[in-house]
Design a protein around this ligand. Structure first.
Ligand code: UDP
Ligand code: MN
Length: 317
């Protein structure tokens, strides 16, 4: 009996050693980690999720579009903007992603610097940008957001924009490819507060010999091509001018741009608004007060009279 138990125990020990050896061998030939594929349908790296509509031929646009939306304190507008853009762009064969460039510092709003930062943060993954106001909604499906190969494409042309009609206007919605935006050193960083940064950008484009094109033969006009969801009594434009801001911002800036925008990216938040995926970049801009002291206009600075006049003018528009 004793001999029987002894041989049974030996058998078990032998089987155990055999199983352990087998398992060790299996672990040995299995790769240590299985990398999760972060690839899109093309097999290319896809850092940010993007919307892509595949048509029957499953054709994919070659170029990726980053929609850059300068933003602060316009949440109501964003709630309308995001789902609207998704619905509007779903009709076009585009590979795009929306970035909300959220200015979180306490300086005056700086649309151009935010666009510079947005560009720097996405340029690795995207081939062209749309500088896009959050409150300007394209309504006509004839407005195309295709890759602007030859030069910037101004979607919100002065012939179609509800408010701005001068021929050199390039604000609102402007598509620019990566090469051209780099070529002109992006936008000036001197424009704190409302206005003129887009006009300065037009001069950069012109000096670089880039021709701005615009939608042609559109069936709608200034009243029905875009919806400008801007409540001017609630969203007052910051038209204050202090120090020598007025004088400096009327001139072409050769000192600042993409190469020297100063900022900290304090957070990247992926979110969805009514099923529309977007990425919020929390941007803290820095201001060199020896160059642009007007990034903070003290209430005592600047002629009050001028401020009041300008405010009146803007409110009557
Ligand atoms: N903007 C913002 N917060 C501000 C000021 C401006 O988010 O305090 C952004 C927003 O995208 C807006 C764009 O900058 O659509 C242009 O500003 P605004 O609408 O005041 O200019 P408009 O084109 O109506 O003169
Ligand atoms: Mn507006």
């Amino acid at each position: 009996m004793k001999v029987f138990w002894k041989s049974l125990r030996l058998k078990y020990i032998f089987i155990c050693i055999f199983i352990t050896f087998g398992i060790s061998c299996l672990i040995g030939i299995t790769p240590i980690s299985i990398d999760e594929c972060k690839c899109d349908a093309n097999g290319t790296s896809n850092h940010y999720g993007s919307h892509r509509i595949m048509n029957n031929k499953s054709r994919k646009s070659k170029h990726r579009l980053a929609i850059l939306v300068p933003f602060r304190d316009r949440f109501e507008e964003l709630l309308i903007f995001a789902p609207h853009m998704q619905k509007f762009l779903a009709k076009q064969d585009l590979d795009y992603h929306i970035f909300i460039l959220h200015q979180i510092d306490r300086y005056r709003f700086n649309r151009a610097s935010l666009i510079n930062v947005g560009f720097l943060e996405v340029k690795k993954d995207f081939d062209y940008i749309a500088m896009h106001d959050v409150d300007l909604l394209p309504m006509n499906n004839e407005l195309l957001y295709n890759y602007p190969e030859k030069g910037p494409f101004h979607v919100s042309s002065p012939e179609l924009h509800p408010r701005y009609h001068y021929p050199t206007f390039v604000g609102g919605i402007l598509l620019v490819n990566r090469g051209h935006f780099t070529l002109v050193n992006g936008m000036s960083n001197k424009y704190w507060g409302w206005g003129l940064e887009d006009d300065e950008f037009y001069v950069r484009l012109k000096e670089a010999g880039l021709k701005v094109t615009r939608p042609q033969n559109v069936s709608t006009g200034t009243q029905n091509t875009f919806k400008h969801i801007h409540d001017r009594s609630h969203r007052k434009r910051d038209m204050t001018k202090c120090f020598n801001q007025r004088e400096v911002t009327r001139k072409r800036d050769r000192q600042t741009g993409l190469n020297n925008v100063s900022y900290k990216l304090t957070g990247t938040i992926k979110m969805t608004i009514a099923d529309t995926a977007l990425t919020v970049l929390n941007i803290s801009l820095m201001c060199d007060k020896s160059i642009t002291p007007w990034c903070e206009c003290d209430k005592m600075d600047g002629p009050t009279e001028v401020k009041q006049k300008e405010r009146k003018r803007s409110e009557s528009m």
